[in-house]
Design a protein around this ligand. Sequence first.
Ligand code: FAD
Length: 497
Amino acid sequence: TSGARVPALVIGTGYGGSVAALRLAQAGVDVHMIEMGMAWDTPGPDGKIFCNTREPDHRSYWLRTRSKAPLNYFLGFPIDRDISRYTGILDAEDFSGITVYQGRGVGGGSLVNGGMAVTPKRENFGAVLPSVNAAEMYDIYYPRANAGLGVSSVDPAWFDSTACYQYARVGRKHAQRSGFPFVFVPDVYDWDYMKQEAAGTVTKSALAGEILYGNNHGKKSLQQTYIARAKATGRVAISPLHKVTSVAPAAGGGYTVVIDQLNTNGDTTATKTVTADRVFFAAGSVGTSKLLVKLKATGALPNLNDEIGKGWGDNGNVMCGRANHMWDPTGSLQSAIPCAGIDNWAAGGAFAEVAPLPTGIETYASFYLAITKNPNRAQFSWNAATGKADLNWQTSWKQPAIDMAKTIFDKINAKEGTIYRTDLFGTYKIWGDHLTYHPLGGAVLNKATDNYGRLTGHPGLYVIDGSLIPGNTSVNPFVTITALAERNIEKIIATDL
Ligand code: FAD
């Protein structure tokens, strides 16, 4: 309600926000979480909460009238379709030179992502978060995050026999024949549930191609883990379809937070003002960066420093497909949950997930999402003329990522006598270099904030999401975002409350 006063307000309900809410509530603090997306707790007309990847409807995209699938062509034909405008679950947010995919709703990215829950190799951690004590992270906070998220790995014996991972076994064979280390990738999916899907005894989710627009069963999103525990404390309230537009110091102390209430068409139906003693920015790398550059430039938070908006990276994401020979089919049944990767980080700067292509038909294609050591970093800045935040990423900045991915796939193609697919991202286009799933940075730890996420110049304001991480995690990011949030909130609770 407008005019209310809350001890702690959390902007966003993704990984950082959920960790903050749970730990603050457990410490006895009442928390109000504000989320621009929907609650995603009510079935639609088809009896399901989330729509299927193969049949995107209004639930699929955030305020678009046409779907914008990451892999947008097949056999040279565009696969996007018209949809009705709605506050759907996946935001394909366009900036100059890059489309940034993000989850919208209670649970943030955990609603749409593949659930791949990877802890970086310890030898790489110094480059991921240079100012953070690695021993503490690997002894305490990574284990805490993995436990809180419910992370586990596929049963290797089942992996070897199930039809739904034939594509990953083909990926393993090709990786190993070229001398690359093949690794299992842990996930938050319930592997027992997936076994039952394969046995035909439960409703299919991963095996029905559910990914990107939500999983109706099997995947433990934050709604099933951190957020469920936070709600169970009785101290956490969540307001979906509410978007924070301003945070500024309040006359009597604390901060005035301005919030737009949205309808499912994305229109503002009410504007509310609340006062919060502490505000946690957990709107994700893009959401937090956009807010902070605006609040600094417009004078709402004048003491923020010049690091705001800087150090943004795409985790080196680049996608590609390979065309296999007829004797290497990847299977018409593909689990939408990836479980395997090819590690060439040390030698070539690339870690590639063996990704599904759950079309329901045999494609003879191997598909990959590579995370690379791309050194390019972009910056958000406030554009007063348009009233929006700009990101200065350039299309050509993906070239180092492509070169690093090629250290894996050129070699595999040479060994196997195969070629790249040129029909997945356009016509005669090999690389999916127009997007990222892994935005990171924009309010970098120990630069825009102190070493625990306290924003400089405004006591009581904190950043606690992916914007703290300077652009790259060497693997999929959410375990690191969660572990860093666990570390920071523990310190904040111990010393600031
Ligand atoms: P988010 O999870 O993005 O949460 C931020 C929340 O804040 C969102 O719910 C957003 O709607 C809300 N918000 C934003 N602005 C406002 C505002 N002004 N007011 C109110 N609310 C606001 N990572 C992995 O580790 N493994 C994977 O397998 C994986 N697969 C992915 C697949 C896809 C398709 C995508 C898009 C991402 C994937 N990721 C994966 C990335 C991962 O989901 C993100 O890194 C992670 O969600 C970021 O966490 P966060 O807490 O920083 O923010």
